[in-house]
Design a protein. Sequence first.
Length: 184
Amino acid sequence: MLPSINEIVMSSSRRLFFALSLPDALQQPVIRWRAEAFQPEHGRPVAAANLHLTLAFLGDVSAQKEAALTQLAGRIRQPGFSITLDDLGHWPRPGVVWLGCKRAPRGLLQLADMLRSQAARSGCFQSPLPFHPHITLLRAATRPIALPPSTPGWVMPATQFSLYQSVFEHGRTRYQPLAHWPLK
Ligand code: 2AM
């Protein structure tokens, strides 16, 4: 049977997003703390290598649009910044427990705003909800949870941002970095 137009379009598109990855040095402290703070029934822990803060979600993007967005991202000139990870929350509807910041640094807001505007202008649907910077720690967390009163307040340096592909294979989601750009 011949593939439908939809199947042809989908096969040449990739599910992409711009994000800051959690630096290697913070991955183990965060997952050790998470193991103490949460029980297995609270939700499914996100793999250490997948921990990231999304700046702009692009959805399924054609190769042509991906090339245009990559070029625009490469033109962004911004200094680095640090994010204090001192906030924690639970969104029961999507079933997400997240780590975030009480005060988002201006650099983070500017970078996300720039990438989200470029994405919108390129035709990628952007949620009308305000940007809420967060690192998803647990998924499938739909039941009520008593959250720990505080976090250790790790300081996360952001020295680069990246374009990722979300790849679903063998029943798992993996985030494949495609390109990085320095913040300096
Ligand atoms: P989440 O962690 O809050 O689920 C890759 O899927 C990344 O893009 C995740 O960080 C995810 O956020 C985010 N994401 C997935 N779908 C999205 C959507 N429709 N709008 C905004 N962000 C989305």
